[in-house]
Design a protein around this ligand. Structure first.
Ligand SMILES: Nc1ncnc2c1ncn2[C@@H]1O[C@H](COP(=O)(O)OP(=O)(O)OP(=O)(O)O)[C@@H](O)[C@H]1O
Length: 241
């Protein structure tokens, strides 16, 4: 792992490229991305299917490696870190929420969060009830995923991502599998976390979600097409789609 280079908890990306495959079958997913994200910002990444949104977030989150360019996250230069060493970076710095929750069906809500703490060695198991209470699941801790609604399952997923107290929370289509009222509640939860100072990067096809962001990054064909600054982001309860 590369040494910590700064105390900044944000993101710095410069000249980032990603090519999948080689030769005639090469896919140029990212074609030179320059981007800085400050600690505590709420960012929404928009763009058409295939524009590179997930690839960008996966590289910043240490799930994928880049082909070229510089990526510094939470003071750690991960540009040239070998894939096998990226798990250390992920454990120490990032949390992920996915569209389909990715919960373990045979474990209760509480155990789904505890298992992450056991696996990563980060976080405090005695704090799990508090984390579940914070996402509104204080009374459903012993339920299995199949006994919970979609919104409640997504809340478990948020609690799980928070359990290790990550510098950056990534959310890939966090409302994608939810109906409107439930999706609004999850957006409200993300907004609360942001207001408490958490850095959040959300990827979505849902342009309405962008209303709660501090900045909206729009990707087109592997490049940044626009960056829109929201001077007064909307309240999640007022966002509809
Ligand atoms: N593992 C991979 N191997 C080959 N090509 C890939 C791989 N992952 C992504 N790509 C390609 O890279 C490009 C960007 O994909 P990416 O998933 O980042 O786009 P996206 O904007 O997130 O799309 P969507 O909105 O559909 O999820 C696409 O052309 C995709 O097919």
């Amino acid at each position: 792992m590369t040494a910590e280079t700064t105390t900044d908890r944000g993101v710095r990306v410069a000249g980032l490229t990603k090519v999948f495959g080689e030769g005639d079958s090469a896919v140029h997913a990212l074609k030179g991305i320059d981007l800085e994200i400050s600690s505590g910002e709420m960012i929404v990444v928009l763009g058409p299917s295939g524009s590179g949104k997930t690839t960008l977030c996966n590289i910043i989150g240490g799930i994928e490696t880049s082909t070229d360019g510089k990526v510094e996250v939470a003071g750690v230069d991960i540009s040239d870190v070998a894939p096998a060493r990226l798990s250390d970076f992920r454990r120490d710095h990032v949390g992920f929420i996915f569209q389909f929750f990715n919960l373990i069906p045979t474990l209760t809500a509480r155990e789904n969060v505890e298992v992450i703490i056991e696996m990563t060695g980060r976080g405090d198991k005695t704090q799990v009830p508090k984390v579940l209470e914070a996402v509104g699941l204080g009374d459903r801790m012993d339920s299995f995923p199949s006994q919970l609604s979609g919104g409640q399952q997504q809340r478990v997923a948020v609690a799980r991502a928070l359990a290790t107290d990550p510098d950056i929370l990534f959310a890939d289509e966090p409302t994608g599998a939810l109906d409107l009222p439930t999706g609004q509640q999850i957006l409200g939860l993300l907004q609360d976390l942001h207001r408490q100072g958490r850095t959040i990067i959300a990827v979505t096809h849902n342009a309405s979600v962008a209303q709660i962001a501090d900045r909206v990054i729009t990707l087109v064909d592997g490049r940044i097409d626009s960056i829109q600054v929201n001077d007064s982001p909307a309240d999640a309860a007022d966002v509809t789609w």
